[in-house]
Design a protein around this ligand. Structure first.
Ligand code: PHE
Ligand code: NA
Length: 441
């Protein structure tokens, strides 16, 4: 049952947008996106990914927003309110996904802190094999567990302060900083000698790759679209539940998606020129590849230590604003449904997530498995079930809720519902099946 006190709300109109952008922009853009591009065929992946962002991501984000604003509850409570039968329990998938993702997300965020420090100590190594060895020692074991702990403490501290004084204040500082720094870096690396080769790798697709490898490109692109927009695990339900006012949610979604896509795109413009200039191949698979190749590349550049330190510090900040949203999903549940106070809930949940992250911090192979499982299976499953429920049995409610703050949508409302009923559901089903096959390979 919901607790007796007044539920929290965003203090300013812009606070909600900033927080949602802060959630969206994170390791997904700056760590996951370039390594997916490298692993799944360069520009060809980029094209499919952009297509999915618009066709699948946008309508799916609206679904989460209307559910959150309509129910004004955490994902578990929200689904209990709008779902019947077994659908009432879909919210639990969201909570579980949040738990799993944050556990390893925080480990990767810990690496970004480590690599910021490496830059400041001028310790990037140009030799690729040595850079790899350096990564392996730093990225798993006690060092990694320690940094994972530090990062979780930062997350706990912000979330414990609550919506207005914690999350809202933090993101208003972080987001502008990220945008300015990333643009500056992109302009700087454009002057590198490998830039033009990198641009053609990143921007001119080889269509044959899609035909040959769609079985892996499709689930990877769908999973990445969901991951990067923070969909499929109730973050956008939770953030919209603190709205209380009649915002134009379609406009807000477009802004959030625009920012997230721009940052991912610009990250590619930074990462690939750096890699090509240093002669490092972008195609290596796995979660660590991007750290190894970037560190080797920064080790090779003049002022690479400085550029690297700025780059990794920015990534750490972006990771923090996303991690607080993951944490807030679970915390909002504990506050609404278990009647815990915010500080107790944050400490208990943060501690549990820290423990769950230890295996990932201990062994890279486990981290890759957690990531694949959460991204290609859990996120997609949660998103799929929510899309089916809302578009097929709650369409009138959904359209009415979306119209609050926009006005009469006419046939656009129906178009939105049908975009979810068939294209979104279809893509997610295919992605889920291929993702499961991929996972058990
Ligand atoms: N969207 C975040 C990113 O791109 C990750 C994330 C996923 C955050 C799911 C919250 C929920 O880094
Ligand atoms: Na993102």
């Amino acid at each position: 049952m919901s607790s007796g006190g007044q539920r929290e709300q965003w203090a300013t109109r812009i606070g909600f947008i900033f927080a949602a952008v802060g959630s969206a922009v994170g390791l997904g853009n700056i760590w996951r996106f370039p390594f997916q591009v490298g692993q799944e065929g360069g520009a060809a992946f980029l094209v499919i990914y952009l297509l999915f962002i618009v066709l699948i991501g946008f309508p799916a984000m609206l679904i989460e927003f209307v559910v959150g604003r309509h129910t004004e509850r955490n994902p578990v409570g929200a689904l209990q309110e709008i779902g019947a039968g077994a659908w009432r329990y879909v919210g639990w998938i969201f909570i579980a996904t949040g738990f799993v993702i944050l556990s390893y997300y925080s480990v990767v965020a810990g690496w970004t802190i480590r690599y910021t420090l490496l830059g400041l100590q001028d310790d990037y190594i140009a030799d690729a094999a040595e850079a790899e060895a350096q990564f392996v020692t730093l990225a798993s074991g006690l060092d990694a567990i320690f940094l994972h702990a530090i990062f979780m403490v930062a997350v706990i501290a912000i979330v414990a302060y609550g919506i207005e004084r914690g999350i809202e204040l933090a993101v208003k500082v972080m987001i502008p900083a990220i945008i300015v720094i990333m643009l500056g870096l992109a302009v700087y690396v454009a002057t590198l000698e490998g830039a033009s080769e990198a641009y053609s790798y990143y921007l001119s697709p080889e269509w044959g790759v899609i035909a040959a490898e769609w079985q892996s490109i499709l689930p990877a692109a769908a999973g990445q679209a969901f991951f990067t927009l923070s969909l499929g695990m109730g973050v956008m339900i939770t953030y919209a539940s603190y709205l209380g006012e009649d915002r134009n949610l379609a406009e807000d979604s477009a802004i959030i998606i625009g920012f997230d896509t721009a940052i991912a795109f610009v990250t590619g413009l930074i990462v690939f020129p750096v890699l090509f200039t240093a002669g490092v191949a972008p195609g290596d698979p796995g979660a660590g590849a991007i750290f190894v190749s970037l560190a080797a590349a920064f080790g090779d550049l003049t002022f690479g230590w400085l550029i690297g330190a700025i780059f990794f510090a920015t990534v750490a900040i972006a990771a923090l604003s996303s991690a607080i949203s993951l944490m807030e999903v679970v915390v909002s549940y504990a506050i609404d449904e278990l009647d815990l106070d915010r500080v107790t809930a944050t400490l208990a949940i943060g501690g549990a997530i820290f423990l769950l992250g230890i295996p990932s911090a201990y062994d890279l192979v486990l981290l890759d498995l957690f990531d694949l499982f959460a991204d290609q299976i859990l996120l997609v499953l949660g998103g799929l079930l929510l899309a089916i429920l809302v578009s097929w049995s709650l369409s009138t409610l959904a359209i009415e809720e979306l119209e609050r703050g926009i006005g009469d949508l006419g046939s656009l409302g129906t178009a939105w519902i049908w975009a979810v009923r068939i294209p979104v559901v279809l893509v997610l089903v295919v992605a889920l099946v291929l993702g499961i096959l991929d996972y058990y390979e």
